[in-house]
Design a protein around this ligand. Structure first.
Ligand code: C5P
Length: 216
C-alpha cells in the first residue's frame, strides 16, 4: 500500500495560511492545494456569465467543471472574486462536488498540504497534522493594506477591516462546514508572529508527528 501524508491548514482570510502552506509543501515535498481557489473558480464562472451567485444549478455545473490543474491564481485572486466565493461557498451541493475533488487530490501520493476553511473538519478529518492559523482582524487588515501599498495601490484600512469582519462572519456562521478549528488542531496565532516563526512552530509539530510515525 502506498502511504500518503496530509497536512490540513485552516483559518480565516489573511491569517497567513497560504504562505505557510507553500513553505511547508516545499519543505516536505508534498503537493499543494489552495482550496479557496476552487470556490473562487466557481464564483468567477458565474460572474463571467453574469449569473447571480445563488443560482444553484449554474454553480453546480461550474463546480463540476473545476479542474484543479488549471486554477489560475492571477485571475482568481481579485478581491471581488474572494467576496463572491464566500457566497457560493454556502451552497451545500457545490461544497460536496468540490470536496470530492479535494479529497482525491489529498490521496495522490506522496500526499499534500491543503489550506482552506474546512480541511481538518470535513475534507481530511484523518489528516496527519492539522493546523489552525489565525490572527486578529486588525492585524490581518493591516497586512492586507501593506500588501496593497507594496505594489503601489491605495486602500482604506477601515474598509479592509470591515470586509474582513464580514467575510469572517459569513465563513464562521454558515450552516454547512463553518470555519472552526478541528478538535485536534494545533492553534497558531500569527498576530505577533512573523511567518518564519509560524513556519518553525509548524515544522516542530510536523517533525514530531513524522518521528512518531517512523517509530510505529
Ligand atoms: O481562502 P480564500 O480567500 O481564497 O477563500 C475564498 C472563500 O472561499 C472563503 O471566504 C470561503 O468562503 C470559501 N472557502 C471555503 N472552504 C474552503 C476554502 C475557501 O468555504 N476550504
Amino acid at each position: 500500500m502506498t502511504s500518503t501524508f496530509t497536512i490540513a491548514i485552516d483559518g480565516p482570510a489573511g491569517a497567513g495560511k497560504g504562505t505557510l502552506a507553500r513553505r511547508l509543501a516545499d519543505h516536505y515535498r508534498l503537493n499543494l492545494l489552495d482550496t479557496g481557489l476552487t470556490y473562487r473558480a466557481v464564483a468567477h464562472s458565474l460572474l463571467r456569465l453574469g449569473l447571480p451567485l445563488d443560482n444553484v444549478s449554474a454553480a453546480e455545473t461550474a463546480a463540476r467543471q473545476v479542474d484543479l490543474a488549471k486554477l489560475d491564481r492571477a485571475v482568481l485572486s481579485a478581491h471581488a472574486v474572494g467576496e463572491a466565493a464566500s457566497k457560493v461557498a454556502v451552497i451545500p451541493s457545490v461544497r460536496r462536488i468540490l470536496v470530492d475533488k479535494q479529497r482525491a487530490f489529498a490521496k495522490t501520493p506522496p500526499g499534500a498540504v491543503l489550506d482552506g476553511r474546512d480541511i481538518g473538519t470535513v475534507v481530511c478529518p484523518d489528516a496527519d497534522v492539522k493546523l489552525y492559523v489565525t490572527a486578529s482582524a486588525e492585524v490581518r487588515a493591516k497586512r492586507r493594506l501593506d500588501e496593497i501599498e507594496s505594489i503601489g495601490g491605495t486602500a482604506n484600512f477601515d474598509e479592509i477591516l470591515a470586509d474582513i469582519v464580514r467575510r469572517d462572519e459569513r465563513d464562521m456562521g454558515r450552516m454547512d462546514s463553518p470555519l472552526k478549528p478541528a478538535a485536534d488542531a494545533h492553534l497558531l496565532d500569527t498576530s505577533e508572529m512573523a511567518i518564519e516563526a509560524a513556519f518553525l512552530a509548524a515544522q516542530a509539530i510536523i517533525d514530531d508527528v513524522l518521528a512518531k510515525r517512523n517509530e510505529a
